[in-house]
Design a protein around this ligand. Sequence first.
Ligand SMILES: [Zn+2]
Length: 137
Amino acid sequence: MKQKITAGELMKLTRHFEPAELNQADIEALGGPEAAGRAKALLDRIEPTLPECPFCGAPGQIVGTVQMCRPCVRVKCSECGCGTYLFFTGVDAFTKKEVSLEKAAGQAVDRWSRRKEKRPEAHHPTTDGHNEPTTPE
Ligand SMILES: [Zn+2]
């Protein structure tokens, strides 16, 4: 009944899933080896389209993981570690609607991309070197 997955296949699957070791329960949470492969392929397709990190300019990474038996995704910076929170698949607690991995990934990408677009122009009036310390009387 249970489909076995080889170590080699596991390595291929884990590129977009952290922690690096997906266990058998994680594979099952993803819907089996085939579905896990599709999930990885989806993230493989998305990753090159991600905008760079708004803080350090490094490439963005989309990562998948399984938390509480539910596959979830987030986008993070490959260098400085900033990123979105996790977007879960499964039934949304508030809307009661099913969230697919594709949809969760889309939400993570939207959040990551929006952050970049909304970055305000740098405006620091105190960078002229004349900051006056406030002194008590
Ligand atoms: Zn960064």
